[in-house]
Structure formats: structure tokens, C-alpha cells
Design a binder for this molecule. Sequence first.
Ligand code: FES
Length: 158
Amino acid sequence: MTIQPADLHDLLQGRRSQPSQFVEVMLDVQDRCGYVPQAAMITLSRELGVPLIEVWRVAHFYKAFSLDPRGQHVITVCLGTACHIRGAPRARDQVTAELGLRPGETTQDGLFTLEVVNCLGTCALGPVVVLDGVYHERMTSRKLSQLLASVSKDAAYG
Ligand code: FES
């Protein structure tokens, strides 16, 4: 979903010409449409008084921001050290095999996006997979297959 000018106008209410607000506004844009469209970055730069290169730098630096549309469901596999030694690469490979996705990609039907991160702060529960913001701990191959199947099934009947 892209952001409409009216929505962006709403997000900017009371924040125009306030450069200190720009990260918060970008997070709001991300929440609203799942990514930060290029057109929104240009508008934020102009309306908040932040150089476009700074907006671009922040959007590229922080993993919280996506610059491409993401799928309806986002799967995040933690590949941090603790999760890695407990088998997280197998979880990533399983998602890749079952959905035909590499990290950073979205399925052609727009249903799934696969992301990888380096730590989610719940190392004792690894390997950790997050689906749409819900943490799934001590992930196994069986649990992951069930998780993916449940989303696919919901989409088929939804
Ligand atoms: S390494 Fe995976 S949660 Fe920390």
C-alpha cells in the first residue's frame, strides 16, 4: 500500500518545520503503509526542513525502515550468534525453500516477505522467528512448517 497525500498531510499535522520529528514521522509512514515510499521521503524532507540526503541516509541505515513494499506477512529470522548456533540458518533456509524467497524478498503474490536480523534481544529463546511482530521461540522445522502453512491457509480462505 502506498501513502496518499491526505494521509501524509495528517501525519505532518503539528510537525511541519520541526526537523526533530522526522524519524517519528517516518516511523508513522512505515506503520501506515508498511514501507517508506520515495515520494514520502521527498515530502518529509521539504515539509520538515531536513535535507533529503539525511532522510535517505536514516532510511537506509536503520533496519526498522523498509524502502520497498513488503508482503502482507513479514517473517523475520534472527541470525544472531545465539540463534545461529541453535540452528537459525536452517530456519532461514527452510523459509527460502518453502516460499522460494531469499532474505529481503517478497513473494510474487505479495503474501510473504522474508527478513533476517542479527539479534532480537531474546537470545535465550533462540532460534527466534517473528511473524508479523509475534515472537516464536525455540523454532523447529516442524513448528516453522506449521506456522507458514497456517498463514497460507488463512490467506486461501481469507
Ligand atoms: S541472537 Fe537471536 S535473539 Fe539474540
